[in-house]
Ligand binder design. Structure first.
Ligand code: BES
Ligand code: MN
Ligand code: ZN
Length: 507
């Protein structure tokens, strides 16, 4: 989709407009561009039809198509609603075969939130791209092509370089989120650790960051017993993906992102029930988010030092699978007592967190993972769970989550929960003693590997300074897939890329 900022309305373009409650179409910016015949028709319609609370798709007498959404009171418009409206316009246009559509940015530059025009233009571009995405790689191309909006004209009376840049930025963010969605949607048979690694390499070449892939011998040499343990059951060998984008100040410590890259999660020997396996090809969504957050930052030429780590494995039951009861020695030296082979994400992330500290001196570690069904039990499908070690980070992180639509909600990271995951024969058990608070016990598990070794030896920067890095844990399981009413295609939601991009640009 191309997105253009325009000051006039061309004839062969569909229009989308919002009719706020109690207002007349005549006051809309598009009105003066319409021929008399269309104006007359619309006037007669607004008198006859109840536009309020309805979306109408019209064919105007001049032949122009119009989408009219009449729903909210002007002062009840919010960024949350605006995101949905932009998506609704694009999805409706797509469905109706309207390939070129114009919207008026000033429809959204209102309300009580006082968004800057550049913020509005950025989110219009992002949300439009997201709504225009469909995962069609496995479908026969119909003769007329897949339904897509080809051109989005964003109308604004005053145009500036600043606004053009915002639109471009939004487009890049939207495109990268969609690439992550495509990776996540790719069926498990075609998305192996090796293929995920190749996707990272390709993205690095395209967007300008370096990628190093560690294969099994290197993973073994590093002592990543967690990654090796989970990978054992699969004939697909694990990969450990290392991405670096170091365009910040030389002396500035990097932020390290660690993404869960389970390319398919059957549960292993603790096999998931039949219905629960279906969507588990998306269990590498955290990894995809890390790859495409870095790609976004690189394409936007953000001047920061960012590292991305993705342990990639397939969790399968087989004669060579890791067993419940196995004790795995991780790279940190701490051992994990495997109580449940389906709690595999935290096991591979333990090695990712150790790697982050052994080879980098991060000022902040953020891990992103479709980690627990329990996070969805707690929050439903509208927010990811976050856990932070530094209360000062929580406010800004939540505010940016709110601004980007990657909604998050905090859960506690209290040391009292550590009792739940004490191992009997290993240092840490990979599940809690009860099923209650499963999102929290998973987070507290990971926390043990951020805090670093209490046993074993490894020469991390943390050992030298005695400092524990700041850490944010994002459990995106609740936002793994889109939900009805979001005006997004079924499948992967691409959660957290928009949030991380904006947060890291500022942090
Ligand atoms: N990948 C799953 C979590 C998940 C489930 C994400 C559904 C998205 C949708 C994870 O590996 C898992 O299986 N977690 C278990 C943990 C349990 C065994 C302690 C769960 O949530 O049931
Ligand atoms: Mn699992
Ligand atoms: Zn999993």
């Amino acid at each position: 989709m191309t997105i253009e900022l325009v000051k006039t309305l061309k004839n062969d373009v569909g229009i989308a407009l919002f009719l706020y409650e109690g207002e007349r179409l005549e006051r809309h910016s598009f009105w003066s561009f319409l021929p008399k015949i269309d104006q007359g028709y619309l006037k007669s319609l607004t008198e006859k039809l109840v536009i309020k609370n309805r979306t109408h798709v019209l064919l105007l007498p001049s032949g122009r198509r119009a989408i009219i959404i009449g729903q909210v009171k002007r002062n009840a418009m919010s960024h949350r609603k605006a995101f949905l409206f932009v998506r609704q316009v694009v999805q409706t246009a797509k469905r109706e075969g309207i390939k070129n559509i114009a919207i008026d940015s000033e429809d959204f530059e209102i309300g009580h939130e006082k968004w800057k025009p550049e913020n509005v233009l950025e989110f219009i571009a992002i949300q439009a791209e997201l709504a225009n995405f469909d995962f069609t790689s496995y479908k026969e191309v119909p003769p007329e092509g897949f339904p897509r909006v080809e051109k989005l004209y964003v109308f604004r009376e005053k145009v500036s370089a600043n606004l053009l840049a915002a639109l471009k930025r939004g487009k890049v963010i939207g495109e990268e989120i969609n690439k992550a969605r495509a990776l996540s949607n790719t069926p498990g048979g075609d998305m192996t650790p090796a293929i995920l690694a190749k996707a990272a390499v390709d993205s690095g070449k395209e967007s300008g960051f370096t990628v190093k892939i560690l294969e099994e011998p290197a993973i073994r040499k590093l002592g990543m017993g967690g990654v090796l343990g989970v990978a054992r059951g699969s004939s697909e060998k694990p990969r450990f993906i290392v991405m670096e984008y170091m365009k910040g100040k030389k002396k500035e410590k990097p932020v390290v992102l660690v993404g869960k890259g389970v390319t398919f999660d059957t549960g292993g020997l603790n096999l998931k029930p039949s219905n629960s396996i279906y969507e588990m090809h998306m269990d590498m969504s955290g990894g995809a988010a890390v790859i495409h957050t870095i790609a976004t930052l690189a394409r936007l030429k953000v001047k920061k030092n960012i590292v991305g780590l993705v342990p990639a494995v397939e969790n399968m039951p087989s004669g060579s699978s890791y067993h419940p009861g196995d004790v795995l020695k991780t790279m940190s030296g701490k051992t994990i007592e495997v109580m449940d082979t389906d709690a595999e994400g935290r096991v591979i992330l333990a090695d990712g967190l150790a790697y982050a500290q052994k080879f980098y001196d991060p000022k902040l570690i953020i891990d992103i993972a479709t980690l627990t069904g329990a996070a969805s039990v707690a929050l439903g499908s509208r927010a990811s769970a976050i856990f932070v070690t530094d209360p000062k980070l929580e406010g800004p992180f939540r505010r940016i989550a709110e601004e980007t639509g990657d909604f998050v909600w905090p859960l506690p990271l209290w040391e009292e929960y550590e009792e739940e995951i004490k191992g009997t024969f290993g240092d840490v058990a990979n599940v809690g003693k009860t099923r209650y608070g499963g999102a929290i016990t998973a987070a507290v598990f990971l926390w043990q590997f951020v805090k670093g070794p209490s046993t074993g030896s490894f020469d991390s920067a943390q050992d030298k300074s005695g400092q524990v890095p700041k850490w944010i844990h994002l459990d995106i399981a609740p936002r793994m897939t889109t939900i009805d009413g979001e005006f997004l295609a079924k499948g992967a939601a691409g959660a957290s890329i928009n949030l991380l991009t904006r947060f890291l640009s500022k942090f």
